[in-house]
Design a protein around this ligand. Sequence first.
Ligand SMILES: Nc1ncnc2c1ncn2[C@@H]1O[C@H](COP(=O)(O)OP(=O)(O)O)[C@@H](O)[C@H]1O
Ligand SMILES: N[C@@H](CCC(=O)OP(=O)(O)O)C(=O)O
Length: 359
Amino acid sequence: MSFNYSRIIIKIGSNVITRADGLPDAERITHLVNQIAEIKKQGIEVILVSSGAVASGRSLISVSEKSDAVAVRQLLASIGQVKLINTYSHLFGKFSILCSQVLVTKEDFRDRLHYLNMRNCLEILLQHQVIPVINENDVVSVTELMFTDNDELAGLIASMLNAQALIVLTNVDGIYTGDPKLESSSIIKEVNDAGIDFASFVSSGRSQFGRGGMITKSTIAHKVAKLGIAVHIANGTKENILTDVLANKVIHTRFTPTKKTSGKKKWLAHSENAATGVVQVNEGAKTVLISSKASSLLPVGIISIVSDFKKGEIIKIVDEHNKTIGLGLAEYGSDKARELTGQKNQKALVHYDYLYLQG
Ligand SMILES: Nc1ncnc2c1ncn2[C@@H]1O[C@H](COP(=O)(O)OP(=O)(O)O)[C@@H](O)[C@H]1O
Ligand SMILES: N[C@@H](CCC(=O)OP(=O)(O)O)C(=O)O
C-alpha cells in the first residue's frame, strides 16, 4: 500500500548531500531532483528543506584552519548557498520546474504575524507550481540564534504548511535500536504515540557533517507526528529512496501521525523559545487541561504568575513541579492575571483555541 500524500516536506541532510571528502555529491543531488520531479508530476506538492550550503562553499574556497570557526561557517555558507541553489535551479530546470530560494532564521517563527507572512509566501509559491528550497540563513544565524539543525527547521515548516508528511533523508536506514554499526541493532519500523525513550538507545554522536544527530531527528519526529503529520526517516543515499518511501517499498522508520491539530496550535507547539511569561497551575487545572475535553485556562486554577507578560504574548504553563505542560497566548497581561489569580468565574487567561498542551 502506498501513502497518499498531497503535500510533503523533504529534508535532505548534510550527510546525504556531502561526499566523504566534504564536497557536494553532484550525482546524488541529481538523482534526488529526478525523483522529486517524478513525485511532482504525480500532483504532489513538494517543499524541500536542503542542507549543503557549507559543503558547497567548501568546494569553492579554501580557508585557513586558524580562522574563527563561526566566521568560516558564515563565509562558506554565504558563497556555498549560491552554488547550492544554482545546482537545484539548473537540475529542476531540465524538467521545466521552477524552484525558489527561501532562507530563514529562528526569529522568523517567533511572531505570529511574521509567521503568517512567511506562510503566505510559501503558499503562493506552491500555488504557482514552484518548489521552495528552504535552508537556514547561516550567514546571520549564529550560536543561540541557530536552529538545532535543519531537522528542527523542517519540522517547523511541516507544521506551518499543514503538510501530510515530512520525509527526513539521512545516511542511515532509519532509527536503530542501538548503534547502527552493530549487527545486533535493528531498524524501528513504526513509532506510535506510546512514547519511546529515544535517549536510552540513540547515541548523541553525529555523522561526519551532520549537526544535530539522530536524537534531534527522533525528538522532532515525535513532536511533529503528535501534531498529525507522518514522519519518515530514511536513507537518502539509497537509489530511488523517495519514490520507494512513498510506495512503502523500503525499510525505514515511520512515525504514525496522531491527532489532528489546528494551525494556531501547531505554531504554538514550536514556540517555547518565544514565550515571555510563565504561569503556574494547580493539579486540578492540570488534570482538566490535559484531559480530552476542550478547556481554557481559567484564573481559578492558577497558583502564581512566575514571570511577566503582555496581552497577546506567548506564555509557558507549568505544573506544581515547574514541569512545562503547555503553551498559550495570553488574553490579558500579567498585572490583571495576578489580580485574578485563584478567583472563580473570571475570563480565561488562555482560550482553548490558543492553547497547546504537550502530551
Ligand atoms: N540509534 C541510532 N539509529 C540511527 N542513527 C543513529 C543512532 N544513534 C546515532 N545515530 C547517528 O545519527 C546519524 C544521523 O544524524 P546526522 O549526523 O545529524 O545526519 P544528517 O546530516 O542527515 O542530519 C547517523 O549517521 C548515525 O551515525
Ligand atoms: N544550513 C547548513 C546545514 C545545517 C544542518 O543542520 O544540517 P543537517 O545536519 O543536515 O540537519 C548548510 O546548509 O550547510
